[in-house]
Design a protein around this ligand. Structure first.
Ligand code: ADP
Ligand code: ZN
Ligand code: ZN
Length: 818
């Protein structure tokens, strides 16, 4: 009887791959375990076991697997089901999903290492030039990877060359699989068990009296041990005794002390606090909780729409408590940048060590630990707070998913595949587990509100801020008028300057918001109009003042700022646009006595950089914080009574059908940072266009009107939620070939799908990392089957791939592109 194993390789293959296995392996392997398999000529991959069966593949001879890497499945059945859904819905391969879903440490890497063979005496004259190069390199290095050898001899296929060297006995081949993940180990010491016996101990102490240093160490160990039974780290013993490592080691060697190790999780947890556990909901929160539970009882996801500072978090806490009480796991999803220690601490106050955090700024090791804890359904992973990738964790018994800030577009993964929307993927995951989903926001997305109005989602609403705090007082400042009357200082209107002064005098804090989008400052020649461009991408280089460089935000290309124009040589260079950096600089001149800080991508790169800025601002080490989008995310600053928005217009004018919805959300969210305590907060929005309907809706906090108007426009122009969008991006280095291929594809799609095809069109940035790009947009009306449309697209892709001259052109699908 023959046995076969279908596996998923972590690479973009359309099909699963089949290997041959023995009967014993067939009995042992379960789907979701990892196996090491050979692939192609020389590669070894970690693949995921999918299915054991007895049908030999017809197209190729099945190779044997190398090794089974797990004793129990690393990936559960719900996960696999979910991943298959992701692959299908978002039009990518299961391999791509796995590549994204598993922490890279689990995708055990295989490297063929080539080592020198020390046994043989090599006659150098017998070697060819290439062979000699490798031989020589191995005199200086203990091992080389196949790829490195390839580089040394500048040839692609070096396997036969290496084989020749192996035959001549010059080198050895070593196949090495290694786990990248190493749990952090702490070394402890204790007294050897034999001294549990009092007499033995006495003898030992007598004996040691002749070795005072060693005796001192043993006595120090007694001191550390007295009073508690905790393990004693070697480092503590070193400190306590003031002895060197060598003395302790001598005792270990003599079997007097014993060294041992305990695996320690890197992330350490706080204890829960009584006070936090006893918070009672007010009537609005209680009503919302009730409504949510009604929706849950009907098995519907529920949209929780609560104005900023209405106490949504406390409602989530009650829901999580319900979930834990029923013995199930809870997942709390947030956009990456909203994952602040403020929120994590709040949840830890409630749930103590039951809370785990999973996000991209954590090390591989930390992520592996969380994964394993979730897999074991460990106590400390009953609640996971995380960014979108935490949807991939191996939950076995999920009861609740909270999607906080559900309107955030950063829930959609842009690159690489799977290009999934975490909110939508969460709803699917919850349904597999028969779990509940709550989507929360002060400014729900048009999609979610539409679903709530249609009855697809339940709905709960909290219209008031918690504790009778008033909604902020929002005013518009007409900067067109101010500019005309010359009442602007730099980017600051007189009104804004005066209000900042008043706020600072009252000892309160200010947040100034500058939208990142469209404000990359460029350096322009006022003589000839030349703006420095990136040689790889079709974009202007951005000026970074601090490092005095021009940089490309797409590929990282950079150069020092020139003294004179590169085109005409004139020294008349002018910096256009303004970013947070420039505002901070202007502040320095306007308010020389105020302490200012800045929060944007540049200042928050390190693991704790973001936290440091937040806590400095919380501790009032700064008076004014200038920031981008990041300052809008769920932060709760007590002492902020003024929020200033430097310019609302670029946001509104951004060429995208969502620009208005996004502007409303962003402005409302940032305004929501003001006055979260008793005193009513103030918000000033500077704009050239104070009569814009969105700005009016923001000032009057009129979500319903915004929703109605936007929905009407989406209906008129057939945009989501009234249609679905699939974007196809074509990429190639050859501009002409790309254009031709895009034309061919668009026409073929039009033949089948009719008028729903837009493009091909150049994206705003037409070239990235040397690749030219072109987009085709497919609008699929709600009533048309999405699955069938995707099948048609896939069929056309097949024909496309069959055209040999388009071979190098890559297609990227983005389903529900936003
Ligand atoms: P949201 O998430 O809706 O913006 P939060 O949950 O952050 O609002 O609540 C705003 C503030 O009100 C927080 O400081 C929170 O601790 C407090 N708060 C909310 N609900 C309660 C409650 N039931 N009892 C005491 N304090 C509450
Ligand atoms: Zn570039
Ligand atoms: Zn010039």
């Amino acid at each position: 009887m023959e046995y076969f194993l279908e596996v998923v390789l972590p690479i973009p293959l359309e099909k699963l791959f089949t290997y041959s296995i023995t009967q014993r392996e067939a009995d042992f392997i379960q789907s979701g375990m990892r196996v090491a398999v050979p692939f192609g000529k020389s590669k070894i991959y970690t693949a995921l076991a999918y299915r054991v069966h007895q049908n030999a593949p017809t197209a190729y001879e099945a190779k044997e697997i190398y090794q089974i890497l797990d004793d129990v499945p690393l990936v559960g059945p719900f996960q696999l089901q979910h991943w298959e859904w992701l692959a299908k819905y978002y039009m990518c391969t299961l391999g791509e999903v796995i590549r994204s879903a598993l922490p890279s440490a689990f995708l055990l890497e295989s490297e063929t290492l080539i080592l020198p063979n020390k046994e043989t005496v090599v006659d150098e004259m017998e070697l060819s030039d290439d062979e000699f190069l490798i031989y020589e390199a191995l005199q200086h290095q203990s091992a080389l990877k196949v790829q490195e050898i390839s580089d040394i001899v500048d040839k692609k296929n070096v396997l036969s060359l290496i084989n020749g060297l192996v035959q001549k006995g010059v080198v050895q081949q070593k196949e090495e699989l290694y786990e990248q993940y190493k749990p952090k180990l702490v070394r402890y010491v204790k007294l050897s068990e034999k001294y549990d016996d009092d007499q033995q101990l006495e003898e030992l102490l007598n004996e040691l009296s002749r070795a005072p240093k060693q005796s001192h160490v043993v006595l120090s160990l007694f001191q550390l041990r007295s009073g508690n039974n905790k393990p004693i780290p070697i480092t503590d013993l070193e400190k306590q005794s003031g002895s060197s490592k060598a003395v302790i080691k001598a005792l270990i060697d003599k079997d007097i002390l014993k060294e041992y190790q305990i695996r320690q999780d890197r992330v350490v947890y706080d204890e829960e606090s009584e006070e936090a556990r006893n918070i009672a909901l007010n009537e609005h929160q209680s009503k919302a909780l009730e409504d949510i539970n009604i929706g849950f009882a009907e098995d519907r996801p529920v949209l929780l729409h609560g104005v900023t500072s209405s106490g949504k978090t406390e409602v989530y806490v009650k829901l999580i408590q319900q979930c834990l009480d029923s013995g199930r796991q809870a997942l709390y999803l947030l956009p990456e940048i909203a994952l602040t220690s403020q929120l994590i601490n709040r949840l830890r106050d409630y749930f103590g060590h039951k809370v785990s955090v999973y996000h991209s700024k954590y090390s591989i090791h930390e992520r592996v630990e969380v994964w394993n804890n979730v897999l074991k359904n460990a106590e400390k992973a009953q609640i996971v707070i995380g960014a979108r990738s935490s949807l991939f964790l191996p939950f076995s018994n999920l009861g609740l998913i909270v999607v906080d800030e559900e309107h955030e577009s950063s829930f959609k993964q842009f690159d690489p595949a799977p290009r999934y929307h975490a909110r939508d993927a969460a709803i699917v995951l919850a349904s597999l587990h028969k779990a509940h989903t709550v989507l929360g926001s002060a400014t729900p997305s048009i999609e979610s509100m539409y679903n709530a109005r249609k009855g697809k989602y339940g709905y709960a609403y909290i219209p008031y801020r918690y504790g009778d705090v008033l909604m902020p007082d929002i005013n518009l400042v007409d900067i067109k008028e101010a500019t005309r009357k010359k009442r602007m200082k730099g980017h600051f209107s007189e009104t804004l300057i005066n209000t900042i002064s008043e706020t600072l005098e009252a000892g309160e804090q200010v947040i100034l918001f500058q939208n990142r989008r469209g404000f990359a400052p460029v350096v322009e020649c006022t003589n000839c109009g030349h703006v420095a461009q990136c040689p790889n991408c079709d974009v202007s280089l951005t000026y970074h003042q601090r490092i005095n460089q021009l940089r490309c935000h797409y590929c990282g290309y950079h150069m020092a700022l020139q003294q004179a124009c590169l085109a005409c040589g004139s020294p008349t260079l002018d910096k256009k646009g303004f970013g947070t950096e420039q505002i901070q600089e202007e502040l320095g001149q306007l308010f020389p006595n105020a302490a200012t800080g800045r929060m944007d991508l540049d200042t928050t790169r390190g693991k704790y950089a973001y936290e440091k800025i937040i806590s400095a601002f919380e501790n009032q080490e700064m008076d004014i914080l200038v920031g981008t989008q990041m300052v809008t995310k769920g932060l709760d600053f007590r002492n902020v009574s003024l929020v200033g928005i430097m310019n609302a217009d670029t946001m509104l004018n951004f060429p995208d059908y969502r620009a208005h919805e996004r502007s409303f959300q962003m402005l409302t969210q940032v305004a929501g940072r003001a006055g979260r305590t008793q005193k009513r907060g103030k918000v000033l929005i500077q704009t050239y266009n104070p009569y814009h309907q969105i700005l009016q809706q923001v000032t009057t906090n009129d979500y319903d009107k915004m929703f109605a108007e936007q929905l009407y426009e989406r209906e008129q122009f057939k945009y989501p939620p009234l249609a679905r969008i699939i974007k196809i991006t074509l990429k190639d280095r050859d501009f002409n070939k790309l254009n031709e291929a895009a034309q061919w594809l668009a026409e073929s799609l039009r033949n089948v799908l009719g008028h729903q095809i837009l493009g091909p069109e150049y994206p705003p940035v037409g070239r990235i990392r040397r690749d030219y790009l072109k987009n085709i947009l497919i609008k699929i009306p709600k009533k048309q089957s999405l699955a069938q449309t995707k099948n048609s697209i896939k069929r056309i892709e097949k024909s496309f791939n069959a055209i040999s001259k388009y071979k190098s052109v890559r297609l990227v699908y983005n389903v529900d592109h936003i």
